[in-house]
Design a protein around this ligand. Structure first.
Ligand code: NAD
Ligand code: GLY
Length: 361
């Protein structure tokens, strides 16, 4: 087992990465605060892993709430199912919530923990690659609004993150690829060497070679932990983690939540960001081509859906959380491993890049 630490002073916490971690009581049980546990999961993950997790937590008399599966249920209305369970079981402030599932379950459980009785503890057990490398680390929690992705939320850090790599054995191929989008993102924004390693190892990752997956997860978590430790509340450089996300969130909202996977939308968004960076003269043509090539090899989409169109994309992007004082801020690339935040990109250049990447039909 590898242990990394997200350094946040009094709120620092460990990330445990290894195979078979759900077969042993520690480290999970040792991080429960209080006497009771509520495990939040969904209807797909529950039959696979819920019994294992409750067995580890028996001494905390665990109860479970099983949510419907899907991004379309990441809503304020569905969040109430967690509060119904907490209040129905008379669970008090000394309860720990455990998120067992992908990013949807993790974001909803974390948000429920942030606001239930003004805040209780929670633990992340991410079971998708995307959640293991990204959403379970860093304390961003929340739900979607029909007008914008992740628009209702809070920062609330978990007490620990337990990553059992074995859970990836049951993950559908399409979901594995979606997770690879976020892995590739770390290479693009701050880790040139890792990007090169991914170019050499993407086939082994798709074949689920455990050692290769373990390395990619650890390296991704190291990158994420470093960024979060430097800028927990996203006052500056944490925004770099959103490379491709402004375009990606517009695709997710525009196509209807659950229609495109988050990682798929981010992949297409990173291609638009690379193309825009090339048009602005910052990224060389060869490097822009490497971005699309690696994403394609990871079986990810590299085109914006034609049905949306550049104008609709820009309208959807105007409700992004990175919009400040009406100014759209974009994450762009000055090279592979070198991302920047810019708020001075001409609208015409964005439209041209979107059209070039498929939005023009
Ligand atoms: P997801 O939670 O919808 O999970 C994907 C699918 O895999 C679901 O059908 C789920 O039931 C299933 N699943 C989960 N684990 C499985 C397993 N081990 N075996 C078989 N099936 C399994 O999607 P996701 O890609 O994990 O997360 C996407 C969400 O995460 C989005 O809502 C996105 O906004 C959010 N996100 C949040 C952050 C953050 O910092 N908080 C970062 C990135 C993404
Ligand atoms: N996924 C973006 C962030 O955690 O900041």
């Amino acid at each position: 087992m590898k242990t990394l630490v997200v350094e946040l002073g009094a709120r620092s916490y460990p990330i445990y990465i290894g195979a078979g971690l759900l077969e042993q009581d520690e480290p999970l049980a040792g991080h429960v605060a209080g006497r009771r546990v509520l495990v939040v999961t969904n209807e797909t993950v529950a039959p696979l892993y819920l019994d294992k997790v409750t067995a580890r937590l028996e001494r905390f008399a665990p109860v479970a709430v099983v949510l419907p599966d899907g991004e379309q249920y990441k809503t304020l209305a569905d969040l109430n199912r967690i509060f119904d369970a907490l209040l129905g079981q008379r669970l008090d402030r000394r309860t720990t919530l455990v998120a067992l599932g992908g990013g949807v379950v993790g974001d909803m459980t974390g948000f429920a923990a942030a606001i239930y009785q003004r805040g209780v503890s929670f633990i992340q057990i991410p079971t998708t690659l995307l959640a293991q490398v990204d959403s379970s680390v860093g304390g961003k929690t929340g739900v979607n609004h029909p007008l914008g992705k992740n628009m209702i939320g809070a920062f609330h850090q978990p007490r620990c993150v337990v990553i059992d790599i074995d859970t990836l054995n049951t993950l559908p191929d399409k979901e594995l690829s979606a997770g690879l989008a976020e892995v590739i993102k770390y290479g693009l924004i701050r880790d040139t060497e890792f990007f090169g390693w991914l170019e050499s190892n993407v086939d082994r990752l798709l074949a689920r070679d455990p050692e290769t997956l373990g390395f990619a997860i650890e390296r991704s978590c190291r990158n994420k932990a470093a960024v979060v430790a430097a800028d927990e509340m996203e006052r500056g450089q944490r925004a770099l983690l959103n490379l491709g996300h402004t375009f990606g969130h517009a695709i997710e909202t525009g196509m209807g939540y659950g229609s495109w996977l988050h990682g798929e939308a981010v992949a297409a968004g990173m291609v638009v960001a690379a193309e825009l960076s090339r048009r602005l003269g910052w990224l060389g043509a060869k490097d822009a081509a490497r971005v699309g090539a690696l994403l394609r090899r990871a079986h990810l989409p590299t085109q914006v859906p034609a049905g949306l169109g550049a104008d609709r994309m820009l309208e959807l992007m105007s409700v992004d959380k990175k919009v400040e004082d009406g100014q759209l801020r974009l994450i762009l690339l000055k090279g592979i491993g070198d991302a920047v935040i810019r708020s001075d990109v001409p609208r015409a250049a964005i439209v041209e890049a979107l059209d070039f990447c498929g939005a023009g039909g």
